[in-house]
Write a protein that binds this ligand. Structure first.
Ligand code: ADP
Length: 340
């Protein structure tokens, strides 16, 4: 659907060379909601601008629907670009035009008939929940409503891809949620592939199925949201994941831990259906160990449950070993934690 192969982008300005993207390999498949996350300056905007050809790569190639963008004629490129909608952090609406006119604009530019335009705009405004705002002007709308207009406009020419450039960064958390739910609905009902760039891991957690983490122009980690959130490898990815999934013993609990009688601390992780089983309870009933839950957290990722716990186990060494085998056999990933 979208593929970036060996892509590098270097800016040259006033004698200074800036490598914004280095050797990017990225594949977005049809139906994905693909999130690209990174701190400011990581190269996210440059990457997304390459996908709709607002920028050209210095080397490497960008493919959309299997065809290299640099192989298209200017006219073909115009058609390809119509198939790619984009929404922005600051909405980019025309303030002097009504909501109706803003949404109609791409269709007016494509010289569609008035009847066609009216039918499409009416349908889209209904889809984004703004039927009653057709004659309002952007400055009469809330941020969330403005973004809904931006979304309707981006969908006007029936794209197969929607690019979202920090589309919820200017919105409050509740409005962000409603916009993300709308994007999910677009993905499912219109079968539109979505690529989102953001600096907020909660956005990725809420709707993406895949994620790439960027730092200093490179993709440092990529995979399904479940893989990357469940087992982040790179320190930066770990820092991002920790903003939404709490995985460490709170300092106030740490201070109180007493390591007596050969007790041992383990981290426990369970992903999926087994998370609903009363595993700790059955461990206590079937094994001669004392269990102290130091920390527990349940998160939801892609409709899958992720459980993280820290357990302090106390008992004979052989009893603790058996307890670990029992938990492991029941789907838990156990790692001993050495507390100082
Ligand atoms: P992000 O979207 O992750 O904040 P950008 O893609 O905007 O990152 O920027 C990546 C790097 O490229 C930054 O160092 C930025 O200063 C540089 N950069 C971006 N656009 C330009 C440009 N038009 N000219 C020169 N440097 C640029």
């Amino acid at each position: 659907m979208i593929e970036l192969k060996d892509v590098c982008k270097t800016y040259f300005r006033q004698g200074i060379t800036n490598e914004a993207l280095k050797d990017i390999q990225l594949t977005v498949e049809k139906g994905d909601i693909y999130g690209v996350i990174g701190y400011s300056g990581a190269g996210k905007s440059t990457l997304i601008r390459l996908v709709n050809y607002l920028e050209k790569p210095t080397s490497g190639q960008v493919f959309v629907e299997g065809k290299a963008l640099d192989s298209f004629t200017v006219r073909e490129l115009r058609t390809v670009k119509k198939g790619i909608g984009m929404i922005f952090q600051h909405f980019n609406l025309l303030n002097s035009k009504s909501v109706y006119h803003n949404v109609a604009l791409p269709l007016i530019l494509s010289k569609k008939s008035k009847r066609e335009i009216n039918a499409r705009v009416t349908e889209l405004l209904e889809f984004v929940g703004l039927s009653d705002k057709a004659s309002s002007f952007p400055n009469e709308l809330s941020g969330g409503q403005k973004q809904r207009v931006g979304i309707a406009r981006a969908l006007a020419s029936n794209p197969s891809i929607l690019l979202c450039d920090e589309a919820t960064s200017a919105l409050d958390p509740q409005t962000t949620r409603s916009i993300l739910q709308l994007l999910k609905k677009i993905n499912i009902e219109y079968n539109i592939t979505i690529m989102i760039i953001t600096h907020e891991m909660s956005v990725i957690q809420e709707i993406c199925n895949k994620v790439a983490v960027m730092e200093k122009g490179e993709i440092i980690e990529q995979g399904t949201v479940l893989e990357v959130f469940g087992h982040p490898q790179h320190p930066t990815t770990k820092t991002f994941v920790e903003t939404v999934i709490h995985k460490s013993i709170p300092p106030s609990v740490k201070r109180l831990i007493k390591m007596e009688n050969g007790s041992r601390i383990y981290s426990l992780e369970i992903i999926g259906d087994r998370a609903s089983e009363p595993l700790v309870d059955s461990l206590i009933r079937s094994h001669d160990v004392k269990v102290n839950i130091l920390f527990a957290n349940i998160s939801e990722l892609q409709d899958t449950t992720l459980v993280n716990m820290y357990l302090q186990l106390q008992g004979e060494p052989s009893a603790i070993d058996k307890a670990i085998v029992y938990l492991t056999n029941n789907g838990a990933v156990m790692k001993e934690v050495v507390e100082k």
